[in-house]
Ligand binder design. Structure first.
Ligand code: TMP
Length: 236
C-alpha cells in the first residue's frame, strides 16, 4: 500500500501528501467546511469520508464514459491515491438551473431552468475572491491554452450529461457544480473532487436542498442531507 510522505499542502477541505512515487499524491479529506472564501467556518461530521467515497465513485463512472481523471485508488475511508497534476487555476462551473451567484448577479429567481447548460470560469485566487472571468481573460492571464480551454469545456459538458442522468436516477436534480482540471504529462484530466460540497443537488419531488447550501445558508440537517445523498446513490 502507498505510504504518506511529507504534507505538500493543506486546503480548506483536504490535506495533500507526497508519496515515494513522484507521480502520485495522497489526498486526505477533512470534515472542515468553509464558505464565502473561508469567512464562515464549521464542521460537517462524517463529510470527509462521504466526499472521499462519493467523489471516487463518480470519477469511476466518468472514466467509464471516457473522461480521464486523477483517480488511482481509494486507500481508506478518507484517503485516496491520485495522479499528481498541476492544477489549472480555473474553477469550472456548469449550471442547468439558476441558483446561487448566478441568481444574485443576474436577478434570475433560483430554480429557473435553462434551455441548455451554461459554463463559466472563475480564476482560482483566494486573495481576489475567485473572480468570474471569461475564456479570453483565462488566455490573458495565461492560465490555459486555447486547446486546453476547448478540452475543458468539452469534458465539462460531457461530465454534466453523465452526472445529470446519474443523479436523476437517485431522484436528485443536478442544479450546478464546480470542477477543476489538472495537467498530467501534458494532457488535461479531471482533478479535485465532485461531492455535495461542490454540487447543488435538489430533491426531484420537493426541491429540498441536499448539498452544502444547507451549511452556507444555515438550513440545518447538513449531515443528514449528505448521508441521504449517499443512501440514494447506493453508497450507504
Ligand atoms: P455559485 O452559485 O456560488 O457560484 O456556485 C456554483 C457551484 O459551484 C455550486 O454548486 C457550488 C460550487 N462552488 C464550489 O464548489 N466552490 C466554491 O468556492 C463556490 C463559490 C461554489
Amino acid at each position: 500500500m502507498m505510504k504518506k510522505g511529507t504534507q505538500l499542502y493543506e486546503g480548506k477541505a483536504k490535506k495533500v501528501y507526497l508519496t515515494d512515487d513522484p507521480d502520485v499524491l495522497i489526498v486526505d479529506y477533512k470534515d472542515d467546511a468553509t464558505a464565502f472564501n473561508g469567512e464562515k467556518k464549521g464542521t460537517i461530521v462524517g463529510k470527509g469520508a462521504i466526499n472521499n467515497r462519493m467523489s471516487n465513485y463518480l470519477f469511476k463512472q466518468l472514466e467509464k464514459e471516457g473522461i480521464p481523471t486523477h483517480l488511482i485508488e481509494e486507500l481508506s475511508d478518507r484517503e485516496t491515491a491520485v495522479k499528481k497534476v498541476s492544477i489549472v487555476p480555473l474553477e469550472v462551473i456548469v449550471r442547468n438551473v439558476a441558483a446561487g451567484s448566478f441568481s444574485k448577479r443576474l436577478g434570475v429567481p433560483e430554480g429557473t431552468e435553462f434551455t441548455e447548460p451554461t459554463i463559466e470560469f472563475s480564476y482560482k485566487n483566494d486573495e481576489l475572491g475567485d473572480p468570474l472571468i471569461n475564456d479570453y481573460f483565462a488566455r490573458a492571464l495565461n492560465l490555459a491554452s486555447w486547446a486546453e480551454i476547448e478540452t475543458i469545456k468539452k469534458y465539462a459538458l460531457k461530465i454534466n450529461e453523465v452526472l445529470k442522468e446519474f443523479f436523476l436516477a437517485a431522484e436528485l436534480r443536478l442544479i450546478d457544480f464546480k470542477i477543476e482540471f489538472g495537467r498530467y504529462h501534458g494532457t488535461i484530466i479531471l482533478a479535485d473532487e465532485i461531492s455535495p460540497d461542490t454540487c447543488r443537488l435538489w430533491d426531484v419531488h420537493t426541491n429540498e436542498k441536499m448539498d452544502k447550501d444547507r451549511f452556507r445558508r444555515d438550513l440545518g440537517n447538513v449531515e443528514e442531507a449528505y448521508q441521504e445523498v449517499m443512501k440514494r446513490i447506493g453508497l450507504l
